[in-house]
Design a protein around this ligand. Structure first.
Ligand SMILES: *[C@@H]1O[C@H](CO)[C@@H](O)[C@H](O)[C@H]1NC(C)=O
Ligand SMILES: *[C@@H]1O[C@H](CO)[C@@H](O)[C@H](O)[C@H]1NC(C)=O
Ligand SMILES: *[C@@H]1O[C@H](CO)[C@@H](O)[C@H](O)[C@H]1NC(C)=O
Ligand SMILES: *[C@@H]1O[C@H](CO)[C@@H](O)[C@H](O)[C@H]1NC(C)=O
Ligand SMILES: *[C@@H]1O[C@H](CO)[C@@H](O)[C@H](O)[C@H]1NC(C)=O
Ligand SMILES: *[C@@H]1O[C@H](CO)[C@@H](O)[C@H](O)[C@H]1NC(C)=O
Ligand SMILES: *[C@@H]1O[C@H](CO)[C@@H](O)[C@H](O)[C@H]1NC(C)=O
Ligand SMILES: *[C@@H]1O[C@H](CO)[C@@H](O)[C@H](O)[C@H]1NC(C)=O
Ligand SMILES: *[C@@H]1O[C@H](CO)[C@@H](O)[C@H](O)[C@H]1NC(C)=O
Ligand SMILES: *[C@@H]1O[C@H](CO)[C@@H](O)[C@H](O)[C@H]1NC(C)=O
Length: 496
């Protein structure tokens, strides 16, 4: 009697108790390379109905860095890249490196969830170098995960290896046995059936879609056959007043480049249809097990993508909206259906949000982001006025044999020897959103290039206005940038 009164009293103070004494379950679906700006959510009819319409869509969700391994490391740790120190997709850039494993990964969110007695499941792509020899091979299972079904290396649909709780499992190319998106779905359903009802669970599902090599399930290979990449405001435009990498693109693009990117665009959408099935099956299973009303479901992507914007055929890694904005939708206990939330939310906010749901005291956790649970359940969280977006450009030490005359320092030069990255595509930007709608970026290149966009008057970022504005504005933006580039924990959040 006394304890239940105490529990009820505590519950008045702590929102999640409204759902009962047990913390809620969490399902987290993370796609690979799915944009939101170019219609990347269009194929996701079931997912939008079952998650977004049943909860909240975030119209201003961003990654703090538009490349897989650094972004995923930010998601796992809740930290900016300058604090987790994963800077590119290579081991030497700390992607799944021994230093990462000994340091930041020991403080990633699954470790805290496990301490809260969550049963944790991982299925799919982890970090690009996971499972490689220098990263501890498949026997290495990161801390905090009870059930581990992780892909070795970068996204594949067939002919891959998994680490299944530290043992290698090889897969071939039979659709029925090996198709990775479906396999992750099937394993997640098994986990839900076998879990112990005593404790809450956390399930992270990371399908390869819509990353290359774009192998759609056989039944979806004819889908969207008339679809082309959208000819939006910056499609096939020259990046004339932009930094060096944008100026090297061939503009207008050749017909073969356009045909190549349209084909990739269509195939990306086809691969997403299997993720849409994943969402449907997981929701149906939760319903059957009577768990849907006590489970949060998060859906997002590691970063955006472009298809012909500023005449760059296909990739990510750029500072523009198409690469840094991501889809984000969440349903769950206490989240009213059909909400569109405008507060800027970052991928570094996911970890603190999960831990908030799990009842972890966030002042004891070392994260740069903050929980967005109050935005969803109370509708009143505080909106950050500005944030940091940064990227460390990748480049090969030698010239690409396909484009020898371009020389070293460049990467991903295809098609037509147009490069999507370079060592000097290294930048840091401040994005403001609530007071004004600006983006200010500084490059570490031989020109110390600066770009400034007014997203209110120029949503497609066609005009770099750095030479037109009052220098006092540039100075103010530069000060914000300097502050964020060395922020840690609370100082990343204290941006009033
Ligand atoms: C969820 O629904 C089930 C039955 O459908 C019910 O027994 C349970 O109390 C509900 N839980 C919550 C947290 O509302
Ligand atoms: C890799 O991370 C460690 C700390 O975890 C850091 O000391 C080192 O400088 C990082 N390496 C690079 C190339 O950033
Ligand atoms: C998988 O590997 C086999 C054997 O190397 C090869 O014949 C097949 O074409 C590959 N399948 C796919 C989808 O890459
Ligand atoms: C997933 O499960 C379905 C239904 O049991 C089955 O038809 C399909 O072949 C399975 N796919 C994989 C890749 O395991
Ligand atoms: C493309 O769509 C049209 C019209 O829906 C259909 O007739 C045609 O068979 C489709 N082609 C392929 C390759 O699926
Ligand atoms: C969380 O931890 C901080 C720092 O130790 C402490 O001051 C605070 O009271 C704790 N909050 C709760 C709700 O336990
Ligand atoms: C949000 O609303 C809750 C409950 O009405 C209140 O306790 C809390 O202080 C509010 N937070 C902010 C930031 O306004
Ligand atoms: C990744 O970062 C490391 C450390 O800065 C660097 O040595 C390496 O060349 C980078 N990899 C690529 C492909 O740029
Ligand atoms: C960027 O790097 C490329 C390749 O090394 C070089 O050709 C170009 O001059 C550099 N541009 C700037 C502005 O640093
Ligand atoms: C951005 O554009 C809006 C709309 O045209 C304008 O009101 C605002 O003053 C501009 N901001 C800057 C810094 O130029």
């Amino acid at each position: 009697m006394w304890t239940s009164t105490l529990l009820a009293l505590t519950c008045l103070l702590v929102l999640r108790c409204a759902e009962g004494a047990n913390p809620s379950n969490i399902v987290f679906i993370l796609t690979d390379d799915q944009d939101v700006e170019l219609g990347g959510m269009t194929p996701m009819k079931k997912a939008r109905a079952l998650i977004g319409d049943a909860g909240a869509f975030f119209s201003n969700a961003f990654t703090v860095t538009p490349l897989c391994c650094p972004s995923r490391s930010s998601i796992l740790t809740g930290r900016y890249p300058h604090n987790h120190q994963v800077h590119n997709n290579s081991l030497t850039g700390n992607c799944s490196s021994p230093a990462w494993q000994k340091g930041p990964e020991t403080l990633a969110f699954p470790v805290y969830l496990n301490k809260q007695f969550y049963q944790t499941f991982y299925g799919g792509k982890y970090l690009n170098q996971y499972g490689q020899k220098e990263a501890g091979e498949v026997s290495y299972v990161p801390p905090g995960w009870d059930q581990w079904h992780a892909l070795v290396g970068n996204s594949q649909y067939y002919n891959y290896s998994l680490s299944v709780n530290g043992k290698e499992e090889k897969h071939g190319d039979s659709y029925e046995k090996d198709y990775l998106t479906d396999l992750i779905t099937n394993r997640s359903l098994e986990f839900l059936d076998k879990r112990s009802p005593q404790h809450p669970f956390f399930m992270m599902l990371a399908p390869p879609a819509p990353h290359s090599p774009w192998a759609a399930a056989p039944q979806y290979q004819g889908a969207f056959n008339g679809t082309k990449a959208p000819r939006d405001g910056s499609f096939n435009k020259p990046g004339k007043d932009k930094h060096w990498l944008l100026r090297q693109a061939v503009s207008p693009m050749s017909d073969t480049s356009i045909a190549f990117l349209d084909n990739a665009f269509r195939k990306r959408w086809q691969t997403l249809l299997s993720v849409d099935d994943m969402v449907e099956k997981v929701v149906k299973k939760l319903e059957d097990l009577q768990l849907l009303n006590s489970t949060y479901i998060f859906y997002t992507s590691d970063h955006g993508y472009h298809s012909g914007q500023f005449s760059l055929p296909i990739d990510k890694r750029q500072l523009y909206e198409f690469d840094i904005r991501v889809p984000l939708m969440v349903r769950g206990p206490g989240i009213k259906p059909k909400q569109t939330l405008k507060a800027p939310v970052l991928n570094i906010d996911l970890a603190p949000t999960f831990l908030d749901i799990a009842g972890v005291n966030l002042s004891l956790v070392n994260v740069d982001g903050e929980s967005f649970l109050p935005h969803m359940t109370l509708g009143n969280g505080t909106a950050r006025p500005y944030f940091l977006v940064a990227h460390t450009g990748e480049g090969h030490a030698e010239a690409d044999p396909a484009c020898p005359k371009l020389g070293p320092g460049l990467a991903h030069c295809f098609p037509d020897c147009v490069c999507e990255d370079a060592c000097n595509n290294t930048y840091a930007c401040v994005r403001t959103l609530t007071e004004n709608n600006l983006q200010y970026c500084e490059f570490a290149d031989s020109e110390s290039f600066v770009e400034l966009y007014n997203l209110t008057s120029d949503p497609h970022q066609l005009e770099n206005i750095v030479k037109k504005v009052d220098p006092a504005l540039l100075q103010a933006m530069n000060l914000k940038l300097i502050k964020l580039q060395s922020c840690a924990g609370i100082t990343c959040r204290d941006t009033k």
